[in-house]
Design a protein around this ligand. Structure first.
Ligand SMILES: Cc1ncc(COP(=O)(O)O)c(C=O)c1O
Length: 359
């Protein structure tokens, strides 16, 4: 056999493969997965029945235009259907946005640390990532991000709330930042955790996009809506951007099951509000307990908390796992822990307390 392998694009060298949150060990001690910011609840009422019915026709391709879902979303958000685009999760839509805007020689700006897919999808496209460190308070440094804009900048992500820190940018600072961004640079407000926000000063990206043609809002059904496994996310953006997203989409990327489940989930909003409310209550309990134990916890508006543990990150994650909860370590930096079932949160808090007493 020849030693020569097919030529691959040089950009792929050194790009890490996306690392998913570790699953809970099967068959081990009670183990809860708090590593992927998933919703711990079963599907919303009516969703299982809808998906089961839709399953009878998966020998057929899905509706490529996602007509039913688009109409539902257009009505829900008060936007034209032409301003909507769907994709295989919001990460899929984020990748389409980069494909539509940036290639070799172009720059994509985002805060760091932030969602770990940003550097991967930027580099796959051949564009250059420009990472702007978070402030000491673990918040987007919007002044530094504005200062990082060059004539090569094509896209800027603002992750609000930020994954993995849970921190937010508020209305006034965001508007001030957007006023500084040139009109021909796309700003993507990644609002994957929007439903968990309780701070009234955090703007709804959908309101911001209305008067700003260079702003695109990213949302997902994976988190609050509990459809992570079905892969459906969407963008709201003005015509040229939304149209570009429809061009860069993988044909038939959103399955009929996902489309039907998303529609049924949107229609089960009362139950959704109740569940999100419970998780937000648990978030307060977890943050308060951690602070009472002596931890520094940045204010989180998402369904997870962030502990900057530095060199002790991996030890802490291992201690949590031994106790029965899997968390998400970023070696040398910190640990992100999803707010999950009450029992899982209890186990995590106990493990955090035990670790703290050993410091
Ligand atoms: C900030 C942020 N954006 C986007 C996503 C992508 O989610 P999905 O592709 O499941 O919609 C995630 C998932 O973790 C996220 O944290």
């Amino acid at each position: 056999m020849s030693e020569t392998s097919p030529k691959l694009r040089a950009e792929l060298e050194g790009i890490p493969t996306y690392k998913p949150g570790k699953p809970a060990a099967a068959g081990g001690p009670v183990a809860y997965k708090l590593s992927s910011n998933e919703n711990p609840y079963p599907p919303l009422p009516g969703v299982m029945e809808t998906v089961t019915a839709a399953a009878s026709s998966f020998n057929r391709y899905p509706d490529m235009a996602c007509t039913g879902l688009m109409n539902e979303l257009a009505e829900r958000f008060g936007v034209p259907v032409g301003h909507l685009a769907t994709g295989t999760g919001s990460v899929g839509v984020a990748q389409q946005l980069i494909q539509a805007t940036a290639g070799p020689g172009d720059e994509v700006i985002y805060a760091w640390r932030s969602f770990e897919a940003y550097p991967i999808i930027t580099r796959i496209s051949g564009a250059t990532p420009v990472q702007v460190p978070l402030t000491d308070g673990e918040v987007h440094d919007l002044d530094a991000m504005a200062a990082a804009i060059t004539d090569r900048t094509r896209l800027i992500f603002v992750c609000n709330p930020n994954n993995p820190t849970g921190t937010v940018v508020r209305r006034e600072e965001l508007e001030r930042f957007l006023d500084r961004v040139p009109q021909d640079v796309l700003v993507v407000l990644d609002e994957a955790y929007r439903e968990f926000i309780r701070d009234p000063e955090v703007p709804d990206g959908v309101e911001i996009y209305r008067n700003r043609p260079n702003v695109c809002v990213l949302r997902t059904f994976s988190k609050a809506y509990g459809l992570a496994g079905l892969r459906v996310g969407f963008a709201i953006a003005h015509e040229p951007v939304a149209a570009a997203l429809r061009k860069t989409a993988v044909p038939f990327g959103v399955s009929q099951l996902a489309q039907e489940a998303a529609i049924a989930s949107l229609r089960a909003e009362d139950a959704l509000i109740g569940r999100v409310g419970s998780l937000v209550g648990e978030r307060t309990r977890v943050v308060d307990a951690l602070r009472a134990q002596g931890w520094t916890v940045p204010e989180t508006q998402a369904n997870f908390v962030w502990l900057r543990l530095g060199e002790r990150t991996v030890d802490f994650a291992e201690a949590c796992e031994r106790a029965g909860v899997v968390v998400r370590p970023f070696a040398g930096e910190g640990v992100r822990v999803t707010v999950g079932e009450d029992e899982a949160n209890d186990i995590f808090l106990k493990a955090a307390e035990a670790f703290r007493t050993q410091l």
